[in-house]
Design a protein around this ligand. Structure first.
Ligand code: NAP
Length: 221
């Protein structure tokens, strides 16, 4: 372990220039070591340099969330280097124009692995490692979970499946010290008003700090 912070690591799977970066910034500013997971190492290195001065330790880890072995390995490396996690945010989503029929089966399989299976893999990897057996498992959902679109069929199925998965995970964890919630974002994160990614990121911090009596399986944003 490389730090002596009193807070556990925030593991964020899916960090790009939008919500992911603001989540990393928010949890770093709150004092958590932050592990940022994504595929683009150069971009992650840039984010780590940008956030270096605001938190105890912010590092990038390369992973492909479609590959369970690779994702478990990256999460394991982050925990070994930054310390036991307080929370997971699974923030990956693939916005792929596709339809209920036609298209490529392999694209569907990969998109589903990223939108849905990776969330299960990440939760399963982080849950037993949570510091003192307590913390938060947070998942970024989307409005297509509530109103599917035939123009973004694999994402609609993935986000609906993710929402169901988190509801079950929340139920499974009832009575433990672990809180599982999906944040279902129902409009484009366009930087305006409450759909500013920095504003949305604060709601993840609030969910992590929420008293147990208020725990819920979903925040519809
Ligand atoms: N943007 C919106 O308007 C909007 C609206 C509603 C919901 N959402 C949801 O909000 C979340 C964040 O969206 P965002 O647009 O703000 O994205 P973001 O946080 O800027 O970036 C997410 C990052 O995930 C990484 N990623 C993608 N596929 C991956 C894979 N297979 N393995 C590992 N990392 C992968 C990508 O980085 P690399 O290329 O480096 O891998 C991508 O930049 C998503 O779940 C999305 O569905 C977004």
């Amino acid at each position: 372990m490389t730090n002596e912070t009193t807070l556990g690591t925030a593991i964020i799977v899916g960090v790009g220039p939008g919500l992911g970066l603001e989540l990393a910034r928010a949890f770093a500013a709150a004092g958590h070591p932050v592990a940022m997971l994504a595929r683009d190492k150069a971009r992650l290195d840039g984010f780590a340099a940008e956030l270096a001065s605001i938190g105890p330790d912010v590092r990038g880890y390369v992973t492909d969330a479609a590959d369970p072995v690779n994702l478990r390995s990256a999460i394991g490396a982050a925990i070994a280097e930054l310390g036991a996690p307080d929370l997971l945010v699974y923030n990956v989503g693939v916005l792929s124009p596709d339809s209920p029929t036609g298209g490529d089966d392999q694209d569907w399989a990969r998109n589903t692995a990223i939108n849905l299976l990776g969330a299960r893999v990440a939760a399963d990897a982080v849950l037993p490692a949570l510091r003192d057996g307590r913390g938060s498992l947070l998942f970024t959902g989307g409005g297509y979970a509530l109103r599917p679109s035939k123009k973004f069929a694999s994402l609609s199925v993935g986000k609906a499946g993710l929402r169901a998965y988190v509801q079950m995970l929340h139920d499974q964890l009832t009575g433990t010290a672990v809180h599982a919630t999906s944040v279902t974002i129902t409009a484009g994160i366009d930087g305006t008003g409450r759909f500013d990614p920095a504003v949305i990121a604060r709601s993840y911090l609030e969910l992590h700090a929420q008293p147990e009596a208020e725990w819920q399986h979903e925040l519809v944003y």
